[in-house]
Design a protein around this ligand. Structure first.
Ligand code: 5CA
Length: 438
């Protein structure tokens, strides 16, 4: 992409009401624009990052055996009356009437819709297990939308729903999601801690939140240090095998958010293993058995010929919240530092003297080679001061900067900067391209 043709509206200063660094940087780097409280338009750079996160989530869900669908944002109130949640959900639910005076709502979550889909088609235990997910916009009329996309009213969620014949099978489904989540966050460059959690309006008795550490997080977490430092299980586990040992290795260590915190259990840990910090909830998984399947009549015939309500769980990832969470975890005074896996562009080519024949030719060569190698470069071909180009490129956080100036071109070299470390090297153009394409 040539910057002269792109739309990347960067701002020198963030609006005063942006309180936390990720919100400030998302506005300054031109990722989002607020349209109403807690409701955002995604600008080109923000949309690219959002789509990359979405794709990583999708790949890991598919790997763990979940199947993608797409449910509507608008749902029938009658379904929620069946589950008994319509009145309970309260003011967070945006209620709408259509022209026929039928009650609709903008989905804050989709247990009812997915249960309705399931019960329409699946009638036998032989068709289980099933895990259906979608990546879809949700609306919750939060009392205090704040921190930009962190607590929005409209936000993008990946929500998955598992259906099983009995509790043992449902726990296997839960375990698959538990481990898939750790792999998702690891691919996003994040260290996530699974903590025991409260189930709130979703319900159930088994639940974990996935928290990444950040000073601006809304929850306080208390955890065993070994858990904080433990890596993700990796993609090559046997997803159909016994995952319980991998899950237990993690759940055996103390970890809780404030609502579930047990001071005595935490205090019993060796002092050097106690860790408490603020964190951001980037995922939440629930096992709630028959809470929706029983009232909504989602039953299958079991091996003994008797009908039973299916055992369900639901599993959410805050996809749009993750954009902010990654920035909280990875930035410096100059701006955002994207992990390569979600960077909006793989590299930036900076032409320090657009119009100079030598600079233009070197930049075009780099731009072509990087494009062909699938790096998706952003070429700053504008006629602007070098200082402004450096600042903008640092701000938007592109992992590599290939800097082309007239002096270097005369000597047959360019400069290559790694955004994360600030490391710079001067080298021939070919070598710089090779360093980026690996
Ligand atoms: N149905 C279940 C799981 S599919 C559910 O809705 N869980 S949830 O309420 O915990 O939401 C799942 C994830 O969505 C949260 O972990 C969080 O990362 C994200 N999320 C929730 N509310 C918001 C919000 N207001 N703004 C941005 N992200 C949110």
């Amino acid at each position: 992409m040539r910057l002269s043709r792109y739309f990347m509206p960067t701002l020198r200063e963030a609006p005063a009401d942006a309180q936390i660094v990720s919100h400030q940087l998302m506005l300054r780097a031109g990722l989002i624009r607020q349209e109403a409280a807690g409701i955002y338009a995604w600008l080109p750079l923000g949309l690219k990052v959002l789509k990359k996160i979405e794709q990583i989530v999708r790949e890991e869900m598919n790997r763990a055996g979940a199947v993608e669908i797409l449910m509507p944002t608008l749902q029938l109130a009658d379904l929620w009356r069946e589950s008994g949640r319509y009145d309970d959900y309260g003011e967070e639910m945006l209620r709408i009437k259509d022209r026929h005076e039928r009650d609709l709502l903008y989905g804050p979550t989709a247990e009812e819709v997915v249960t309705d889909i399931f019960r329409s088609y699946i009638k036998s235990y032989k068709d289980l297990p099933k895990n259906l997910y979608n990546i879809q916009w949700k609306f919750r009329d939060e009392r205090r939308p704040r921190f930009g996309v962190m607590r929005g009213r409209e936000f993008l969620m990946k929500d998955a729903y598992s259906f099983d014949i009995d509790e043992a099978a449902a726990r296997r489904a839960y375990n698959r999601m538990f481990l898939a989540y750790l792999n998702i966050y690891s691919r996003l460059g994040l260290q996530a801690i699974p903590v025991r959690a409260d189930t709130g309006p979703i319900g159930g008795d088994l639940s974990h939140e996935f928290i990444i550490l950040a000073e601006t997080g809304e929850s306080q977490v208390f955890a065993h240090r070994d858990l904080v430092e433990m890596g993700a299980p990796g993609p090559d586990i046997d997803w159909d095998g016994d995952l319980q040992p991998l899950v237990e290795k993690r759940t055996a260590l103390y970890a809780a958010s404030d609502e579930m915190h047990d001071e005595a259990a935490y205090g019993a840990l060796p002092e050097d293993k106690r860790m408490t910090a603020r964190g951001i909830e980037v995922g939440h998984i629930f096992y709630f058995g028959e809470k929706y399947s029983a009232p909504m009549g989602a039953k299958v015939t079991g091996p003994d010929g008797k009908d039973v309500a299916v055992q369900m769980g639901s599993y959410g990832v805050g996809v749009s919240r993750l954009v902010g969470a990654i920035i909280e975890a990875s930035h410096d005074d100059g701006g955002i530092i994207w992990p390569d896996s979600v960077a909006p562009f793989g590299a930036a080519v900076l032409n320090l003297r657009a119009g100079d024949a030598g600079c233009d030719a070197a930049c075009e060569t780099a731009y072509k080679a990087l494009s062909e190698a699938g790096i998706d470069p952003l070429y700053d071909d504008r006629d602007d001061r070098p200082g402004a180009k450096f600042a903008a490129t640092d701000l938007v956080g592109i992992p590599w900067q290939l800097i082309v100036g007239p002096k270097g071109v005369a000597e047959g070299v360019v400069e290559l900067k790694r955004r994360g470390t600030g490391e710079r090297q001067t080298l021939p153009l070919d070598a710089a391209i090779k360093a980026i394409t690996g």
